[in-house]
Design a protein around this ligand. Structure first.
Ligand code: ARG
Ligand code: ZN
Length: 885
């Protein structure tokens, strides 16, 4: 059954307070819930329908009296409810041990944990499990004291006591009304890193990071990230920590990255634990951003929440925007900020753009879903963040701050919609570029698909004018054949051929307004005339990626080389490097001819690598080729093997032609001193690791053993995981003979570290080489004693690595990759539908595949579809994929 946005109706009753008591037992937990219901006079009276799944109902009382009820599917229906306020009491049990879906109350590593977003609370007890029902929670936990010495829930600790039979209790109270999806409890044998802080407002707070006993020393980075997040949100948005105590807990079985439960964030250990020996620079960066993300939800998501799940981007798009801004501010230097932006855009283009063009294409605010868990997507999160970024571009940074202030002034304590957010930002900025065209701007929420922006410039030497013509096309997507023009902010600059920034004066303006400005396209076509332009300029368009669109600016190599050398916008400088590579790769793939990198390109790349002023982190990004998923998006018919072949050739030629330069880069960017995950050190490590992989690749291809030997030595001697993984991955991608002993050694060394063993599986799942036997190896590894589908991190590390991130090993002419995918989706679906649904997405773009892949993919999808008892999660995705045919 499909849920539609237009069908929203407010509930018949509000639930104002909830008193929950848990008698925790892994096999059978008893839940008692006492709720105060308040009649919502705005809607007609009727039966009360409560959500409940996988529960054992014991009793139902209204105002202390038993009542008759029915159970229908996943609903508990009470027909004769008072048309007035009343107290509802429910008693039920659930089975945490059997909960392999990791939604609701489950056990992991001997402890109890919850995940209630989006609809997990109904797997704990019967409730109006919808985000517009906000209640004040009081929670009593009872459990065996020796096995579960720590008992946590949201808010403030009111009371603790010892009970009979070795049990004990703790009582928590959260003063802030919240929707059920923000409820959490944790019980287990945990230890905490603690830090007291005083915020700008002069209040004292206790920050705690709870983990399993052996993991305490891996929590320092998370704690530092949390402190930085508290400070940043107060400074940038005036949003203080509103709780006396803020807790973060790590758990190794978790479906996503983390969850923002009020005052009690629960994290996948992969998004929380880090030490230099076990985590890479990228892990450190990811942890900082996820800790910040969950903390920022405290205001954007918790204090102001979503009216219904179609509004998910209200909190997720906004909170991703906030965590991206935070990461950029933490990066400090302009160059390190640009690196953050480049990484974010790279991820958007290789994850969200394909989604927007495929079977699951949906608007930032979807109109319909079968399973809400399928809509925690790059579109809702990352494209949603780009939409928020465009608000800021249109009203300015200060104006955006005012808009946020008005949003909280109006809506604190409420469950609201994306329209409410848009209105607040616009109302706080009357007369702004946003307010002038708010309705048109809001099409970003309703239209799926990535707009194409075409730009063509014409220089008139006699008139000294430059006319820039912009045109947008919004291609159809499933269910949306015709679309209207959107509002596209185009940040731009003009450069002279020798690289000087030209003043930007539009026709009709009295004087130039700097060398960097934003044009707003809000119709299908529009031209802008710049005056007093002394020479034919090179346009630098969409600076900083000012809108999530595909740009066709018609620039040739010569102009791209000017931008690569001189653009003051680091993002477009990087973009030029990618465009130069992309056009060469695409020509080779389209013509079915071997790739030959020309001197112009190679010289330009050498100049970047050797550049005296560019940051190593930037160099590493500019010298990295576009990823295979992004290349595939440029083609109407996709042959994954042809793309992989072209990328491999490009890599080999870059490795060969720049060999001396790679060696120079490797030698001169070594990090000295103790490990710090900061932008300066991590930039150097990124560049030396890229250089090493190039050196190993070239040496292996030319039969020289020196660099592979050095890589092996470096792998063995590394003092941090970034360098160890860098060297190991260089070997795994190119040198099978040394990769084998290295992998063995790595496994032996880290066998007690689950998160590192995940890396071990992932590296092999993503390997392109290993004697061309990756696929067979993955099938073998699926039987390894360390492997299990039950742990989402482990399932992702091996299975997703192959199916999602290793196109060359996955797309096979014998279709074995697709058969494997179908088997794994079905196996996972029986354990954990959310994770299975995610794996199912691998086939979203199957209709663009070339022969023979396309027909084999259809067959594999049909195989999954044929299974009678599929979860909602997988069924929705498979149905949508089949509808593409
Ligand atoms: N709200 C969480 C976050 O973005 C994600 C939780 C989603 N969980 C789910 N089962 N879909 O941080
Ligand atoms: Zn979030």
């Amino acid at each position: 059954t499909l849920i539609r946005r237009e069908d929203y109706v407010a509930p018949i009753f509000w639930i104002r307070t909830v008193d929950l008591t848990f008698d925790l037992d892994p096999a059978k937990t008893l839940v008692t819930s006492k709720m105060q219901l308040e009649r919502n006079a705005a809607v007609p009276h009727g039966p009360l329908r409560l959500h409940g799944e996988e529960l054992n109902l014991l009793r139902v009382l209204i105002n202390g009296e038993s009542v008759s009820f029915r159970q229908e599917g996943h609903e508990l229906i009470i027909d004769n409810v008072p048309d007035a306020d009343f107290v509802l009491e429910i008693r039920n049990t659930c089975c945490p041990d059997k909960n392999t879906a990791l939604s609701g109350l489950y056990t992991s590593g001997g402890g109890f944990f919850t995940q209630c977003e989006a609809e997990g609370f109904r797997r704990i007890t019967y409730f109006l499990d919808r985000p517009d029902v906000m209640a004040v929670y009081t929670v009593t936990l009872r459990a065996d004291k020796s096995r579960f010495p720590v008992l946590l829930s949201n808010g403030n600790l009111l009371d603790t006591a010892d009970l009979d039979n070795g049990r004990h209790m703790a009582k928590w109270h959260d003063p802030f009304p919240k929707p059920s999806y923000l409820f959490a409890l944790v019980a287990g044998d945990l230890v905490a890193r603690e830090q007291r802080i005083r915020t700008r407002a002069g209040k004292d707070h206790l920050l705690q990071v709870y983990v399993r006993r052996g993991d305490l020393e891996k929590t320092e980075h998370a704690m530092n990230s949390l402190i930085a997040s508290v400070v940043w949100d107060e400074a940038r948005f005036n949003l203080p920590l509103d709780l006396e105590r803020f807790m973060v807990v790590g758990v190794s079985d978790f479906n996503m990255g983390a969850m923002e439960n009020k005052g009690l964030n629960i994290f996948n250990t992969s998004a929380l634990l880090a030490s230099p020996a076990t985590a890479t620079d990228a892990d450190f960066q990811r942890i900082e951003s996820i800790v910040a993300h969950e903390y920022f939800h405290n205001w954007t998501g918790n204090r102001v929440t979503c009216r219904d799940w179609f509004q998910l981007s209200l909190k997720e798009g906004l909170t991703v925007f906030r965590d991206q801004e935070f990461s950029m501010d933490m990066a400090a230097t302009p160059s390190a900020r640009a690196v953050c932006r480049i990484q974010d855009v790279r991820a958007l283009r290789s994850m969200q753009f394909p989604e927007d063009a495929g079977a699951m294409a949906h608007p930032v605010r979807p109109d319909v879903y079968a399973e809400i868990n399928n809509f925690y997507t790059p579109t809702v999160y990352e494209k949603g963040s780009e939409v928020v970024r465009m608000y800021q571009t249109l009203v300015g940074r200060e104006g955006f701050g005012k808009g946020m202030a008005l949003y909280f002034e109006r809506h604190d304590g409420q469950a609201v919609t994306c329209d409410d957010f848009a209105q607040a930002i616009a109302d706080a900025n009357p007369g702004s570029e946003l307010s002038k065209r708010l309705d048109t701007f809001k099409r970003w929420y309703s239209q799926a698909g990535t707009p194409r922006l075409q730009a063509r410039g014409q220089y008139d030497a006699a008139a000294r004018t430059y006319t820039l013509s912009l045109q947008q096309v919004n291609p159809p997507s499933p269910g949306q054949p015709d679309k209207l023009p959107q509002v596209i902010p185009v940040a731009l600059g003009l450069l002279s051929r020798d690289g000087a920034a030209l003043p930007l004066q539009l026709d009709g303006e009295a004087q130039a307004a700097g060398t960097d400005r934003v044009l707003v396209l809000d119709s299908a076509e529009q031209s802008f005339v710049f005056v007093n332009v002394d020479s034919a300029p090179v346009p630098s368009l969409l600076r900083g990626f000012s809108a999530p669109v595909v740009l066709d600016d018609g620039l040739g190599d010569e102009e791209l080389l000017v931008l690569l050398k001189h653009d003051s916008d680091a993002f477009n400088r990087w973009e030029a490097s990618q465009r130069l590579a992309l056009s060469r790769l695409l020509t080779s793939v389209r013509n079915g001819q071997p790739l030959r990198l020309d001197d112009a390109y190679l010289d330009a790349m050498r100049a970047v690598l050797r550049h005296p002023d560019l940051d190593p982190a930037f160099k590493a990004l500019a010298l990295q080729l576009p990823d295979e998923a992004y290349i595939a998006e440029q083609l109407t018919v996709v042959d994954p093997q042809a793309i992989h072949a072209a990328v491999t050739q490009a890599q080999e030629q870059l490795a060969a032609a720049l060999q001396a330069d790679w060696a120079w880069a490797f030698e001169t960017h070594q990090v000295s001193g103790g490990y710090q995950p900061d932008p300066v050190q991590s930039g150097k490590r990124a560049l030396t690791n890229l250089a090493l992989s190039m050196l190993v690749l070239h040496a292996t291809r030319s039969g020289d053993g020196v660099w592979p030997g050095r890589a092996y030595q470096r792998f063995k001697d590394a003092t941090n995981m970034t360098d160890r993984m860098g060297a190991l991955s260089a070997l795994v991608q190119a040198h099978a003979a040394l990769a084998e002993p290295a992998l063995e050694r790595f496994h032996a060394q880290f066998k007690g570290e689950a998160l590192v063993i995940d890396k071990w599986f992932a590296l092999q799942g993503r390997a392109t080489e290993l004697d061309g036997k990756t696929f067979a190896r993955v099938k073998q590894l699926a039987k390894h004693s360390d492997f299990t589908l039950k742990n989402p991190n482990r399932a992702r590390s091996l299975i997703f690595s192959l199916c999602m991130f290793n196109p060359a090993a996955f797309h096979r002419t014998d279709a074995a990759g697709y058969v494997f995918w179908a088997e794994q989706v079905l196996a996972l679906d029986a354990i954990n539908p959310q994770v299975a649904g995610r794996l199912a997405r691998v086939m979203d773009r199957w209709t663009t595949l070339a022969t023979p892949y396309r027909s084999a993919a259809r067959e594999a999808i049909a195989r999954v579809a044929a299974k009678a008892e599929l979860s909602n999660d997988v069924r929705e995705i498979i149905d949508r994929q089949l509808a593409m045919d």
